[in-house]
Each structure stands twice: as structure tokens, then as C-alpha cells.
Design a protein around this ligand. Structure first.
Ligand code: PLP
Length: 399
């Protein structure tokens, strides 16, 4: 047919993380001993109390439409969690539950963006943000945040990047892919600029439970009334409760914005799955031992990885403070040779690692970081040991 399809849709880049993961899965299915460092999800089963709550929900007939923004019970559980964990006051009618954090984020962008509005995205960034912004007719504006500032945007950089078209800043802490966390002081300085320039903040706090050492996690909206009014806080149960497949994310915002998100969702998706919502109530209100056990295991792997990597030639990593990723800088490897072939891009490295060393990694070009690779530690310790050994073997062959 000669009819043109949606220009916006055709401009969307397919997710490169999913492509690598698919290749690794295929090779594994062919019997190859692949180590996959691509995982964006915890490698633990969903805790039993949560699964049992879902079974009870089915048996109890909780299988019909719910209010579009989520059940009252779940929104109250989220409101309670916002208060106790984030020190934030979002009443149930300021909360919208969606089909995973991704869906919450798309609702937020749709509620905020008019065609041509600019959204500031500090780079490195989670690769879906720019595509989401573009799908809403917005313009992503990238601000490069170097290793020296721990890949975080400074208040001065933000101030400089704001134009009269700026609608919002996306702030992701703990960060995917870098694992960095914004300190209270950094957030205060950023909040001052946001309030002065009167823009919105989309605070993606998906990894808020996965914070290690003595690092403090702070929700930017909790700093003061003025920043609270301009912030939409987004989180979900995927990473904290190992519930990636259940698809429950949520956002807290002003009543006005929550209402917009709820009406958008009511037409696009109705409500999130009723059974998953019942399970989410148990996750938030039930015992919290399982997330604590998962976090302790992630921490053990994180420490091991950082230690191993610090002894490898050519590559560096800043010790991640949160989430479950180590962000490797391969700058020094560019221009070196592997089997007579000059290494020019991060994709060259990822290709060699999977083809010759059976190790799948995420090259971060689509994360706004063309010299870096992301390794997930949401995989077994055994695989981590094996995979790091292989990466070291690769580095030792370089000339
Ligand atoms: N935000 C960040 C930073 C993420 O890394 C992810 C998932 O990878 C999400 C949001 C979305 O999570 P969900 O699986 O709940 O859609």
C-alpha cells in the first residue's frame, strides 16, 4: 500500500536492550553457554505472600473493571507508602495506578506536553524517555553529564538548558544506567532553579528501595511546598518487589494533573489488571522481609563486581550507589585493536563480547553514553563471576 504510516511511530527507535537480550536468548536456546548482563529485572521470584494475594483475588471474584486510576484500596496503600517512605503527602485522589512504570511515565508526558515543548533529559538516561517525549510531540533536550559530576545534572547546567519552550526536567534517581543517586544538597539546588524558572519535574524513582551503603534517598518533591507543586513523582513495584510481569506502576501529582492522567488512561487502557492491583496491596501493606533480602543480595553482588572491575585494565566504573547496574567506561579501549581489528564504537565491543566471549552486555549509545557499557547484577553470582572473567580475558587480548 502507498498510504503513509504515522511519522511519529516510524521515528521511534526499537529498544536496543531488548534486541541484545533477544540475541542472547537465541544463542542460549541453541545450547551456547551465554552469560547475559542485560537483565533489567530482578532474578528473584515474586514473594509468596504477593502471589497468594493474587490467587485469593481470583477466587474472591476480583476479576472485573476497577476505577481507571486504580482501586481505592491500592491508592490508599500507595498514599501511605508515599507518606512513610518518601515523606510526601499525596492523597488517594492524587494518585494514578498504571500498567507499569512505563505506562505511568507515558501518562505523565501526555498530560504535560504540547507540540514543540522541550523536555530536559540529563544524559546518560534510561533509553525510553526520549522516545516517550517524541511520541507526545515534545522535543527531548539532552544535557551531557560527565563522569566528573557522577553523571548527574548540576543546577547550573539545568539553568543554562532552560528556554522559554522548556516544560519539564526528567530526574531519575537512583539512576538507570549509572546507579548514581542525587544528594539532598544537589536536589535542593536543582529545585531552586525549577521553582525560579517555573517548570515541572518528572521524578522517576523506580529504584528508590535499592539504595546501598550510607547513601540517602530523597524525593525531590519532599523538599518544600513549591517544588512539590511542580513535581510528578513516579514509581512502581516492578524492581522493588520483583513484580516486573505484573505491570503495576504509579504516579503522584497535583489533583489537576492526576485527573488528566486518569482520563487519558480511561480511554487508552481503562484500569491496570485487577488481580495485579490486589497483589500490589499485599506487596505494600504486607511483610517487607522479601525486598530486604533481595536488596542485601544485590548489594553483595555489587561489591564483588566493583572490586573485580577495579582490577581490570583499561576500564573504569564509579561505584554504583543504587539500582542494580554497574556503568563501565570503555573510553580507553577505543583505538585499540582486537585480532587486527581497530575498535571504533561501543557496539564493536558489545559485538565482540557476545560473538567471541559469549557475554551479552548493553552498549549505552541509546542511553546517551556512547563510551559506556551497562552490566546488570540482577543475575546469579555464578554468572557474574564467569562473565567478568570473560570480559577480563577480552581486555587482555587488546593491543
Ligand atoms: N524507569 C526506569 C528508570 C526503569 O529502568 C524502568 C524499567 O526498566 C522503568 C521506569 C519502567 O518500569 P516498569 O517495568 O514498571 O514499566
Amino acid at each position: 500500500m502507498s498510504l503513509e504510516l504515522s511519522k511519529k511511530a516510524m521515528e521511534v527507535k526499537p529498544s536496543s536492550t531488548l534486541a541484545i537480550t533477544a540475541k542472547a536468548k537465541k544463542l542460549k536456546a541453541e545450547g551456547k553457554d551465554i552469560v547475559g548482563f542485560g537483565a533489567g529485572e530482578p532474578d528473584f521470584a515474586t514473594p509468596e505472600n504477593i502471589c497468594l494475594a493474587a490467587k485469593r483475588a481470583i477466587d474472591g471474584g476480583c476479576t472485573k473493571y476497577t476505577p481507571a486510576a486504580g482501586t481505592q484500596e491500592l491508592r490508599e496503600a500507595i498514599s501511605k507508602k508515599f507518606k512513610s517512605f518518601n515523606h510526601l503527602d499525596y492523597a488517594a485522589d492524587q494518585i494514578v495506578v498504571s500498567n507499569g512504570g512505563k505506562h505511568s511515565l507515558t501518562n505523565i508526558f501526555e498530560a504535560l506536553i504540547n507540540p514543540g515543548d522541550e523536555v530536559i533529559i540529563p544524559a546518560p538516561f534510561w533509553l525510553s524517555y526520549p522516545e516517550m517525549v517524541k511520541l507526545c510531540g515534545g522535543v527531548p533536550v539532552f544535557v551531557n553529564c560527565p563522569a566528573e559530576s557522577h553523571y548527574k545534572i548540576t543546577a547550573a547546567q539545568l539553568n543554562e538548558a532552560i528556554t522559554d519552550k522548556t516544560k519539564a526536567l526528567v530526574l531519575n534517581s537512583p539512576n538507570n544506567p549509572t546507579g548514581m543517586i542525587y544528594t539532598r544538597e544537589e536536589l535542593e539546588a536543582i529545585a531552586d532553579v525549577v521553582v525560579k524558572k517555573d517548570i515541572y519535574v518528572i521524578a522517576d524513582e523506580m529504584y528508590e528501595y535499592l539504595v546501598y551503603d550510607n547513601n540517602e534517598f530523597v524525593s525531590i518533591a519532599s523538599l518544600n511546598e513549591e517544588i512539590y507543586k511542580r513535581t510528578i513523582t513516579c514509581s512502581g513495584l516492578s524492581k522493588s518487589y520483583s513484580m516486573t510481569g505484573w505491570r503495576i506502576g504509579y504516579a503522584g501529582a497535583s489533583k489537576e494533573i492526576a485527573k488528566l492522567m486518569s482520563s487519558i488512561q480511561s480511554h487508552q487502557a481503562s484500569n491496570p489488571n485487577s488481580i495485579a492491583q490486589a497483589a500490589a496491596v499485599e506487596a505494600l501493606n504486607g511483610p517487607q522481609d522479601a525486598p530486604a533480602v533481595m536488596k542485601a543480595e544485590f548489594d553483595r553482588r555489587r561489591k564483588y563486581m566493583v572490586d573485580r572491575i577495579s582490577k581490570m585494565p583499561y576500564i573504569t566504573a564509579i561505584k554504583p550507589q543504587g539500582a542494580f547496574y554497574v556503568f563501565l567506561d570503555f573510553s580507553k579501549v577505543f583505538g585499540m585493536s582486537y585480532k587486527e581489528q581497530k575498535i571504533q564504537t561501543i557496539s564493536d565491543i558489545a559485538k565482540i563480547l557476545i560473538d567471541d566471549f559469549l557475554t551479552a552486555v548493553i552498549p549505552c549509545t541509546d542511553f546517551g553514553a556512547p563510551h559506556n557499557i551497562r552490566l546488570s547484577y540482577a543475575i546469579s553470582m555464578e554468572d557474574i563471576e564467569k562473565g567478568l572473567h570473560r570480559i577480563e580475558d577480552f581486555l587482555k587480548t587488546l593491543k
